[in-house]
Design a protein around this ligand. Structure first.
Ligand SMILES: [Zn+2]
Length: 196
């Protein structure tokens, strides 16, 4: 997949002030009735804010005067629910955070059959395979993506790491079904690992 830096929409992290590709940030909204809602799909209506998917930025945010101001109308329960939900979405690793967000938004195909189907229907631009997946699994998906017009294959993490993220014992392969999440993940990918 091509990365076209000219068309990446940037947003500012509310906590650290960093300007980043908006799809690498977590969005949350404050609704009319003052509820705070994480918005992994970046589509909810309401006043929207962006934050790095990092614990540091999250901690900074909830201690900030800015946060107190924007949540002035929200109840303690609304705030506490938000803190719980948000913490759950933040993983120690940015790629894992983004994959977790994509999963919550329903944009991940899990397991060999689902991934295979997604590739054949050209519904994916990014296939992620665990480093410790079997060689023939890696080869199979490399061949399949080559034959069907080239989704990017990215080999990273371990089967148990990915499994933990998805609430399974082990996950060898999955695909990201949304181009914005795919793009966000590739933005976080070290250059040498970008193309398998
Ligand atoms: Zn930040």
């Amino acid at each position: 997949m091509r990365r076209d830096s000219a068309h990446i929409p940037f947003r500012t992290c509310l906590a650290c002030g960093g300007k980043k590709d908006k799809f690498t940030l977590i969005r949350f909204v404050i609704s009319k009735d003052h509820a705070l809602m994480p918005d992994p799909g970046q589509k909810l209506a309401g006043r929207g804010y962006y934050l790095c998917p990092l614990m540091d930025c999250f901690r900074k945010l909830i201690k900030s005067r800015r946060f107190r101001k924007i949540t002035a109308g929200s109840s303690a329960v609304q705030k506490q629910n938000f803190i719980w939900e948000y913490k759950e979405m933040i993983q120690p690793d940015r790629i894992q955070s983004l994959v977790g967000l994509a999963r919550r938004a329903g944009k991940v195909a899990l397991g060999q059959q689902a991934v295979q189907a997604a590739i054949k229907r050209k519904r994916t631009q990014l296939v992620i395979i665990a480093e410790d997946a079997a060689e023939n699994t890696k080869n199979k998906f490399r061949e399949l993506t080559n034959r069907t017009g080239g989704a990017t294959v990215f080999i990273t993490g371990s089967k148990s790491e990915w499994g933990r993220l998805f609430g399974k014992e082990s996950t060898a392969v999955f695909a990201i079904l949304d181009r914005n999440f795919a793009r966000g993940i590739l933005t976080e990918t070290p250059r040498k690992m970008k193309k398998e």
